[in-house]
Every structure is written in C-alpha cells, then in structure tokens.
Design a protein around this ligand. Structure first.
Ligand code: HEM
Ligand SMILES: *[C@@H]1O[C@H](CO)[C@@H](O)[C@H](O)[C@H]1NC(C)=O
Ligand SMILES: *[C@@H]1O[C@H](CO)[C@@H](O)[C@H](O)[C@H]1NC(C)=O
Ligand SMILES: CC(=O)N[C@H]1CO[C@H](CO)[C@@H](O)[C@@H]1O
Length: 327
C-alpha cells in the first residue's frame, strides 16, 4: 500500500472514530451504565467525601499518559512495571471504587462499558456531589493495551506556569484550560514533601517563600517539620485551606490571598500570563462552573481510543490479552 493511501486511510479511521465519542453512548447497549456508576460513587461519597479529589487526580493522570484509556488502572506484574508504580502515581487513590463499579457493570452488561469511561463518569459524578457543576460527558472510550511506568511524564509542582503549560499544550489543551483545571486543587491534599521547600529555607534563603502568607507558612512548618519522610508517613495539607471538600471557586481566592500550597498554584495567581483569568474566576461563580465543566470535558477527550481500537477490559486492573499483542 502506498504511503499516501495509508495516511489517508488512517485519517479516515481516526475521523470515523472521533465521531463515536458521544453523550449517551451506552443508552441502548447498557442503559443503566451511568446510573450504576452514579450509585457506586454516591455510596462512597457519603462515607468519604475525599473520593472527589482522588478521582479528579486519577482522571488527570490517566488522560496525560497515553490519553484517557484507563492505562493508570493496570497493576504491575513481576516482569512489567505499570503506570501506577511510577513516582507521580504513588499517591493516586480510588482504585477500589473503579473495581466496584466495574464489577456491577459486568454483572449488568458484560464486556460493554470501558474502564476509561468509568473513570470519566465517576469523576463527573463526584464533582457534582461535592458541589461542583453537573455536566454531561461523552462516552465511548476504549481501554488501552499498554501501561508502562517509564512513560509517565507529568508536570511537577515547582514548574513555572509557562513550563507547566507546555505539558497541557502538548495534549491539545491551552494555558487557560490549565488555569481552570488546576481549580481541581479546590479539593484534596498534598503531602508535605511536595511543598516543604517553601516553608523555611526557600531556595537557600533561610526564609519561607515570600509568596506564601507567613502565618500559613508557620502553621504548615509546624505540621510538616523540616525532615523528609517516605510518602506513606508524610503528613498532608489541604490544597484549599478554606472549603477543602467543596468544588468551588474558593481555590482562586485562596491563591490570591497568598494561600496556595503548591508553588505552581501560587504562581498561577502571580504570573502575568495567568493572573487575569485567576481573578476573573475568583470573582465569578458561573464563569468558574461553566469553565470547569468545559475543561473537564476537554481533558476527558485527550487522545482517546474509540471504535475498534483497544478493548473493553473485563477487569480494570489487567489487560484481556497479553499486552505483547498490542502495537
Ligand atoms: C501543572 C499541573 C499539576 C501539578 C504540578 C499538580 C501537582 C499535584 C501535586 C504535587 C499533588 C499532591 C499529591 C500528593 O501529595 O499526594 C496534587 C494533588 C491533586 N491534584 Fe494536581 N497537579 C496538577 C494538575 C492537576 C489537574 C489538571 C487535576 C485535575 C483536573 C489535579 C487534581 C488534583 C487533586 C484533586 C489532588 C488531590 C488528590 C488527593 O487528595 O488525593 N491536578 N497535584
Ligand atoms: C444533559 O443531557 C440531558 C439529555 O440529553 C439534558 O436533559 C440535560 O439538560 C443535560 N444537562 C446538562 C447539565 O447539560
Ligand atoms: C471561605 O470561603 C467562603 C465561601 O467561599 C467565603 O465566604 C469566606 O470569605 C472564605 N473565608 C476565608 C477566611 O477565606
Ligand atoms: C496505589 C498503588 O498502586 N500504589 C503503588 C505505587 O507504587 C508503589 C511502588 O512503586 C507501590 O508499592 C504502590 O502500591
């Protein structure tokens, strides 16, 4: 086959495939799909509201490595270290909730609903339960057949706004999308190890980071101390010190008051490229809700597998077939 023809064909396939991600994808193949996920999330949320943060972060990490294809859910094997075991994934939580939703979905509609869609739907539901916007998400994602810890390359909390933005533009998202998506730090926690450098000896100055409220820095220093600990023994701090379990625009007010926990969060309020949108989001609840929903929908469409690509896993933690088959 000629190269041009092959590219043309590939283009057609990709085009057809993208037409298949749509709201209500399971409405005839598994009409209960969205309500089954909703029930599992609701039950979990009623005993543990931190599930919203866990799912938001899981969704982000999944979508930024190989697209939203549930590659983050794969368990490592003796011979192969999967995404889950890569450094940035160490503290991702929520895997059991996805397992429960999958189990219930397999009972109702075997081999029909992808793990990638479960993450997307569950995150959407958890955001709404935590007071955030309710929005419709497209479904029809397929599950990937590759998960490799060495492919995990996620932005770190000490990057500048422009360096962090490059990770987003590489995925077809904009700087503004990043500013809005970082609003997810309106819920959840960070371990001291991710911001300890700001508390007492910032960049070797012997002083806290001057961009952090001194009272906050002193308080965090008390709970974190100066020693470093393994992640499972490291204390945490709420990313939004005011409304820590609510998906609202309060995060933006916090960073405007020098109360960002992560350096990147604080920089959002200070950098000339991001400060104007931060102050608009801080001031306008409708703008935040609409923008956050749109940005989540956009993030959930990054490099998705659709049509006949990938597979519908039966168990979200393992590929249906040996991954050597893929590629
Ligand atoms: C420049 C981009 C980003 C950076 C550098 C970043 C960094 C971090 C770090 C260091 C933590 C703390 C992890 C821990 O201590 O366990 C964290 C937590 C979190 N991140 Fe991000 N993040 C980014 C973007 C995002 C995006 C786009 C989302 C979702 C849309 C998100 C959602 C969350 C949530 C909800 C938590 C709290 C997790 C929990 O409580 O379990 N982050 N992030
Ligand atoms: C979601 O879609 C349903 C049916 O298509 C519609 O009735 C509802 O208003 C939509 N909700 C939102 C928040 O857009
Ligand atoms: C906390 O958030 C609420 C609701 O957004 C706001 O009214 C209040 O002023 C905030 N308080 C502080 C101390 O930031
Ligand atoms: C939740 C999860 O699977 N975490 C794993 C991350 O990686 C470490 C080792 O690198 C595992 O011990 C954790 O279980």
């Amino acid at each position: 086959m000629g190269m041009t023809l092959r590219i043309l064909l590939l283009g057609c396939i990709l085009h057809l495939a993208s037409a298949q991600l749509r709201v209500g994808f399971y409405s005839s193949s598994c009409p209960q799909a969205e309500s089954i996920v909703q029930q599992v999330v609701q039950k979990k949320f009623s005993s543990d509201a931190s599930i919203t943060a866990a799912l938001l972060r899981m969704h982000f990490h999944d979508c930024f490595v190989r697209g939203c294809d549930a590659s983050i859910l794969i368990d490592s094997t003796k011979s192969k270290s999967s995404e889950k075991d890569a450094g940035p994934n160490l503290t991702v939580r929520g895997y059991e909730l996805i397992d429960e939703a999958k189990k219930n979905l397999e009972a109702a509609c075997p081999s029909t609903v992808s793990c990638a869609d479960i993450i997307t739907l569950a995150t959407r539901n958890a955001v709404a339960l935590a007071g955030g916007p309710a929005y419709n998400v497209s479904t029809g994602r397929r599950d990937g057949q590759v998960s490799d810890s060495s492919e995990v390359n996620l932005p770190g909390p000490t990057l500048s706004v422009s360096d962090a933005a490059q990770f987003f533009t590489a995925k077809g998202l904009t700087l503004n999308d990043m500013i809005v998506l970082l609003g997810a730090h309106t819920v959840g926690v960070a371990h001291c190890g991710f911001f300890q450098d700001r508390l007492s000896n910032f960049q070797g100055t012997g002083k806290p980071d001057p961009t952090m409220d001194p009272t906050l820095a002193a308080r965090l220093l008390k709970s974190c101390g100066t020693q470093s600990r393994p992640l499972n023994k490291d204390p945490t701090a709420f990313l939004d010190q005011n409304t820590s379990f609510i998906v609202d625009k309060e995060f933006y007010n916090q960073i405007r008051s020098k109360k960002g926990i992560l350096q990147i969060d604080q920089q959002l309020a200070l950098d000339r490229s991001s400060a104007p949108l931060v102050s608009r989001l801080a001031a306008n609840d409708n703008l935040f809700r609409q923008s956050f929903a749109n940005a989540m929908i956009k993030m959930g469409s990054v490099e998705v597998l659709v049509g006949n690509a990938g597979e519908i896993r039966k168990n979200c933690r393992v590929f249906n077939k040996p991954s050597s088959r893929a590629l």
